[in-house]
Design a protein around this ligand. Structure first.
Ligand SMILES: [Cu+2]
Length: 496
């Protein structure tokens, strides 16, 4: 029995199992007094334009209950925040763990042969030295392993990190930029732990169908920490590095978050929002005003894919019920001793509104399929198992099949439909504009350039392909619920 068959066999729980597991999972952890949130170490490569990463095994005591085996880059869990600027960057990634890994640069606009997808495995003891040709505006991107069928388990164990593309001009923009002081990097993940502090992964049917979600918030690899901030305007760079959880983020006292950047970089001007939804793979940068000195928390509503609302046809009332169970993502404590550098919000930024007025060459319709229509659902609930794989437009991922051939510099209209759940859809090596969500104007968070979008029924994109990818090293498009990706909800495309 191979691994995938095993996963699907264990998914064949009865209806009672489904009902019981549907309700698990929002007992989020308490704050540990005196534990201050640490940033991932900053590896500033803007001068040298070169860096080295090593995938290494380690152990991490997340909970105080014991060391859990983990994997990280240059450390035991997660990796450093890599800061780079435009130009050529020499990277060297070596693999010191006992299985192949890759390093995909999520959000970087670089050719397929630098992309680090499933066709570029680094064997144990080997290394990979791509020259990254960075040409895009400032943005918060990230890097993570993308090995075929092992992405979810490796990212869960810690193989991910942040990459910031910088042009050194944030002072002119009026944006806080002191790393870890008024410019905080927050990698949001959820995990489950046992009484010995060991991470629990893939336990039940819901983990397979919804993707893995935990009951404990882990921010920058830390549980129960408090972020210390000065009494002024603070920049929060938020990355959803979770395997499957979709966050609906807000401040606990309903103060506004001023959105300044999305996946592709800066917006033309800040957008004031009370709530920001952040699906796996997405990034936002927001400014929050702490000048009233009050302690406040970043909180989230429940995952819209959790509970019967997600599985059983997405009944809005049930979804609202589950959304009412709020949990703390990270608490903030204002420290008046820290010097305040920013007291007002910038009026404008220099991001450009996407204006995709060129000719649309092709319209493609893609469906994100869970291979489980109502009939399959019933069979699954009756205990006969769900052996269908996940797919895009009916086809499960195949390393040897090119699904789409795109032309460089042209626009394509992609109309993506989701099946059963909301799926975060990511395209490698390209940026897109969200044109419509279910026939309507998209949500304000989707007004900038994006590389990952949450598809809740039907989403229309205009995609601009600017980077070359051959059939030997093609780009991927996939669901960023990592268990769905590994189970086949992925395709590949070339750009010529
Ligand atoms: Cu999915």
């Amino acid at each position: 029995m191979n691994r995938r068959k095993f996963l699907y066999a264990t998914a064949g729980l009865g209806a009672a199992g489904l009902a019981a597991t549907a309700y698990q999972g929002t007992s989020f952890s308490k704050v540990t007094p005196g534990k201050t949130l640490q940033m991932p170490p900053l590896l500033d490569a803007t001068q040298s334009q070169s860096f080295e990463l090593q995938a290494m095994a380690g152990s991490t005591d997340f909970t105080g209950l014991g060391n859990a085996p983990t994997i990280g880059f240059n450390q035991s869990y997660l990796g450093p925040t890599l800061r780079v600027k435009k130009g050529a960057v020499s990277a060297k990634i070596s693999n010191a763990i006992n299985e192949p890994v890759t390093v995909h640069w999520h959000g970087l606009l670089i050719p397929g042969e630098q992309d680090g997808g499933p066709h570029q495995p680094i064997a144990p003891g080997e290394s990979w030295s791509p020259e990254l040709t960075i040409s895009q505006p400032p943005a918060t991107a990230w890097y993570h392993t993308h090995i075929h069928e092992r992405t979810a388990v490796q990212v869960h164990a810690g193989l991910a990190g942040v990459m910031q593309i910088s042009d050194g001009r944030d002072d002119e923009r009026g944006l806080p930029n002191a790393y870890g002081v008024d410019d905080l990097m927050l990698v949001l993940q959820d995990r489950r732990f046992d009484e010995n502090g060991q991470m629990i992964y893939m336990q039940n049917m819901m983990d397979v169908m919804h993707g893995f979600t935990g009951d404990t918030m882990v921010v920058n690899g830390q549980v129960g920490a408090v972020a210390t901030v000065p009494k002024g305007i603070i920049r929060l760079r938020l990355l959803n590095g979770s395997n499957a959880r979709i966050y609906s983020l807000a401040m606990s006292d309903s103060r506004e978050m001023h959105l300044v950047a999305t996946d592709g970089g800066y917006l033309p001007a800040p957008i004031a929002l009370k709530q920001v939804q952040l699906a796996p793979g997405e990034r936002v940068e927001v400014l929050v005003d702490f000048s009233n000195g009050n302690d406040v928390s970043l909180v989230s509503g429940a995952d819209i894919n959790q509970g019967p609302g997600g599985m059983m046809g997405r009944f809005q009332q049930l979804r609202n019920f589950f959304n009412s169970s709020e949990f703390t993502v990270i608490p903030f404590a204002v420290d008046e001793r820290i010097m305040v550098t920013h007291k007002k919000l910038p009026d404008t930024l220099d991001g450009k509104t996407p204006s995709l007025t060129g000719l649309v060459s092709t319209t493609r319709r893609l469906s994100l399929d869970m291979g489980m229509g109502p009939g399959m659902m019933m069979r699954g609930m009756m205990g006969s198992g769900m052996t269908d794989q996940m797919a895009i437009s009916g086809q499960s991922f195949d390393m040897n099949r090119i699904d789409i051939k795109a032309k460089r510099g042209v626009l394509e209209r992609w109309i993506i439909r989701s099946d059963m759940l909301a799926h975060p859809f990511h395209i490698h090596g390209a940026l897109f504009q969200v044109v419509k969500e279910n026939g309507q104007k998209p949500r304000p968070e989707y007004s900038g350039w994006k590389d990952t979008v949450l598809v809740e029924q039907e989403t229309e994109l205009l995609v601009k392909f600017g980077q070359i990818a051959s059939s030997k090293k093609p780009f991927m498009f996939h669901c960023h619920i990592l268990e769905h990706e590994d189970a086949g909800m992925m395709g590949q495309f070339t750009v010529a």
